[in-house]
Write a protein that binds this ligand. Structure first.
Ligand SMILES: [Zn+2]
Ligand SMILES: [Zn+2]
Length: 161
């Protein structure tokens, strides 16, 4: 039982570190080059959100088009596939990771459909979009941003609670 709980805690920390690293180095690092496969995040998702005050209408209904939303889902599916072998060795870790990915998608999508909700429940991601990507790399929970000093609070938003 304790081992299962430990696996789940490790999975949540691993998922949070993964969010921080991928967002900072892949989506914003490599993605700032226009031809990059990661460019959808900066050139599409950030641009649309800047134009619509955090709203990204691409999340309203998923269409079979190759856009920021379908690319995000393909990346998530690749993460799911890559970690599948872990079910044989550390099943609770794998389950915890999948739950974290699902929660990431739920929160990220909801934040961009309902900016008022984002202000109340995902202020670090709201501030990430407001400040054009300078810090606040975590989405689901801001743990690694606090750990690495990249939790940047904008005066425009309400304080964390
Ligand atoms: Zn976003
Ligand atoms: Zn970003």
């Amino acid at each position: 039982m304790a081992a299962a709980a430990l696996q789940i805690v490790c999975a949540l920390l691993y998922a949070n570190l993964g969010e921080w690293l991928m967002h900072k180095y892949l989506l914003h690092g490599l993605g700032k080059k226009p031809g990059s496969i990661w460019a959808y995040h900066w050139y599409e998702h950030h641009r649309v959100c800047a134009e619509h005050g955090m709203l990204d209408p691409g999340y309203r209904s998923l269409k079979w088009s190759w856009n920021a939303q379908t690319k995000e889902l393909v990346v998530l599916a690749a993460i799911v596939a890559l970690h599948m072998p872990l079910f044989f060795y550390v099943p609770f870790f794998a389950a915890g990771l999948y739950a974290a990915l699902a929660l990431y998608y739920y929160k990220h999508r909801r934040a961009h459909l309902d900016p008022e909700w984002a202000k109340r429940h995902l202020i670090w991601h709201y501030q990430h979009h407001l400040r054009a990507g300078n810090g606040n790399w975590c989405v689901t929970w801001p743990w690694c941003d606090y750990l690495f000093g990249s939790r940047i609070k904008s005066p425009e938003g309400p304080a964390d609670h």
